[in-house]
Design a protein. Structure first.
Length: 290
């Protein structure tokens, strides 16, 4: 039951890129149906409770209002409330979610800090809702190819600068590996962490801030900087140095989004950095003094 909840949530995230399904005279997207199945199995399996479902439905309503409300003031109000509620859910501040522990204090490298991994239904569902209702996405293979082409230089520079700084600062060391936990980490990190963080910081926050600052000469780059700064601040729980590294990486994600105006670019750079970090360097970080 628990596995079914996360499987349907993963399918719902993937279905955001599918064409709407013809239903009678109308065409309806598949992701709401798949999300409903995920919530149903989540209730049965104890992953979510009714208040948690209500919070996600409220988020969906606010996000829809942010995109489609007829009055500007109402779109602004819905946007502020969407941001607050999405952040609270993604940071696990609301009750009613029971996210399963997948990896418990695993040591992946000699001298590395132990690593635990949760499957976060709340964060994954936030990512799905923001991605589906508020993010600009590619609409064809040709467009995807162009986005990838324009993203590759930013990806390479982001890897070089972020991981180079991490090695120079002694946070990580080179350590090539492909442990049995790698497939689980990559899938869970992509679907339930990376998509959510990029949908919030880039597709929602950066895009709307850039739009609000279009009259300013440097408005779009202010949005890039603010997006990266807030991303770094959100990761200060891991320490000051970790927050700085997250801010550097966030600048790369933000530039990828600004260069293409498509959420896939930021997702690609983010997951590539995380996978390279996991496979080729100490993960998550060295224990100081070891």
């Amino acid at each position: 039951m628990i596995l079914s909840a996360f499987l349907f949530l993963a399918l719902a995230i993937g279905a955001v890129w599918l064409r709407p399904l013809p239903v009678g005279r109308r065409a309806l997207p598949a992701w709401p149906l798949l999300l409903s199945m995920a919530l149903a199995w989540g209730l049965v399996g104890g992953v979510v409770t009714p208040p948690a479902v209500a919070a996600l439905l409220l988020l969906a309503a606010l996000a829809y209002g942010c995109a489609a409300a007829p009055q500007r003031w109402l779109r602004l109000l819905c946007g502020v409330l969407t941001g607050v509620l999405a952040l609270a859910l993604a940071m696990h501040k609301l009750p009613g979610f029971h996210n399963p522990l997948l990896l418990d204090r695993v040591v992946l490298s000699e001298g590395a800090a132990p690593f635990s991994l949760y499957a976060n239904f709340d964060k994954g569902a936030v990512g799905l809702i923001l991605l589906a209702l508020l993010c600009r996405r590619v609409s064809s293979r040709a467009e995807l190819g162009e986005v990838v082409r324009r993203t590759v230089p930013v990806l390479g520079l982001t890897l070089l600068v972020t991981l180079g700084f991490a090695v120079a600062a002694g946070v990580v060391g080179v350590d090539f590996k492909f442990p049995p936990q790698a497939p689980t980490f990559i899938a869970v990190n992509l679907l339930f962490t990376v998509v959510a963080e990029e949908a919030f910081f880039r597709g929602f926050l950066q895009a709307r801030l850039a739009n609000a600052l279009t009259r300013w000469r440097w408005g779009t780059w202010v949005a890039v900087a603010v997006s990266a700064l807030l991303f770094g601040l959100a990761h200060l729980g891991g320490g000051l140095l970790y927050g700085i590294l997250a801010g550097i990486a966030g600048l790369g994600y933000a530039c990828a989004y600004q260069r293409t105006r498509r959420i896939e670019a930021a997702i690609l750079v983010h997951i590539a950095l995380n996978v390279v970090h996991f496979i080729a360097f100490t993960y998550p970080a060295r224990i100081p003094g070891v």
